[in-house]
Write a protein that binds this ligand. Structure first.
Ligand code: PGA
Length: 247
C-alpha cells in the first residue's frame, strides 16, 4: 500500500524570507520520521531556492501547475520539464482555483497529468464539487465524472495521486462531514479502478479543504483518505508539522 501523502500548497504565497518555514518542516520531518510522505509546493519563483533548502531531506518539492507542452511560445507558463529541472518531484494539476480562473477543463487537466508523467513527476489531480452541486445532490456524480475525465489509463505507469477538494471547503474553515468525505473517497476509489485498473487500488486519495491541526487526525482516519492537500495551514511549519504528525 502506498504510504499517505501530506502535501502543502503554498498557492501565491511566499517570498525568500519565508523559506525558513520550509527549513523548519524539513527539520521537523527529520526529527520525527512520520508515517507519511511529505511534500511542499511553493510558487514557481521559490522552487529552485526551496530545492536547496530541502536537499538531503525526505520532504519532496512540488509545483502547483504545469502546462502540457514541454516548451514553446506560452508566455508566463511553466512546463512539467521545467518543474523537474528546478528540482520538483510532484505537481498539482486541476486545482479548482485554476479551473475557475483559467477555465481549465477535465481534458486539459488530463493532458497536464500526462505531461507530468512524461517529465517524471507524480501528478496530484484535483477534483471537487461546488456548493451548488453538493446542495443539489450531484457531488458524487460530478467528482466521479471529473476523475473519469482527468485520469488517463497511461497514468498507471507510475505514481499518481488524486485529491478530493470540495470547492466550498477550500479556505472556508468548514469541511464536509466524515460520512460525506467517506462517500466521496469511496466513489473516487471506484472511479480510479475504472480508469486505470488494478493500480487504481493503491493510488492515494487525498482530502483537501480547510485541513488544520485540529481536524487532521479525524479526517485522516476516514476510510480511503490517503493523505491531505493543505493550503493555508501549510504556510506555518508548526501547523503543517502537527498535521503530518496526525497521520
Ligand atoms: P485550504 O486549501 O487548506 O487553505 O483550504 C486547500 C487547497 O486549496 O488545496
Amino acid at each position: 500500500m502506498t504510504p499517505p501523502l501530506i502535501a502543502g500548497n503554498w498557492k501565491m504565497n511566499g517570498l525568500r524570507v519565508d523559506l525558513g518555514e520550509a527549513r523548519a518542516v524539513a527539520d521537523g520531518v527529520a526529527r520525527s520520521t512520520p508515517n507519511a510522505r511529505v511534500a511542499l509546493c511553493p510558487p514557481a519563483t521559490l522552487l529552485a531556492a526551496m530545492a536547496q533548502v530541502l536537499a538531503g531531506s525526505p520532504v519532496l518539492l512540488g509545483g502547483q501547475d504545469c502546462r502540457e507542452e514541454p516548451r514553446g511560445p506560452f508566455t508566463g507558463d511553466v512546463s512539467a520539464e521545467m518543474l523537474a529541472d528546478a528540482g520538483a518531484r510532484l505537481v498539482i494539476v486541476g486545482h479548482s482555483e485554476r479551473r475557475t480562473a483559467y477555465g481549465e477543463t477535465d481534458a486539459r487537466v488530463a493532458a497536464k497529468a500526462l505531461a507530468a508523467r512524461r517529465a517524471g513527476l507524480e501528478p496530484i489531480v484535483c477534483v471537487g464539487e461546488s456548493r451548488a452541486d453538493r446542495d443539489a445532490g450531484r457531488a458524487i456524480d460530478i467528482i466521479s465524472r471529473q476523475a473519469a475525465g482527468c485520469i488517463a489509463g497511461a497514468l498507471a505507469d507510475g505514481p499518481f495521486a488524486i485529491a478530493y477538494e470540495p470547492i466550498w471547503a477550500i479556505g472556508a474553515g468548514v469541511t464536509p462531514t466524515p460520512a460525506e468525505i467517506a462517500e466521496a473517497h469511496a466513489a473516487l476509489r471506484g472511479a480510479l479502478i475504472d480508469c486505470v485498473g488494478a493500480p487504481g487500488r493503491d493510488a492515494p486519495i487525498l482530502y483537501g479543504g480547510s485541513v488544520n491541526p485540529g481536524n487532521a487526525a479525524d479526517i485522516l482516519n476516514i476510510a480511503e483518505v490517503g493523505g491531505a492537500l493543505v493550503g493555508g495551514a501549510s504556510l506555518k511549519a508548526d501547523d503543517f508539522l502537527a498535521i503530518i504528525a496526525a497521520v
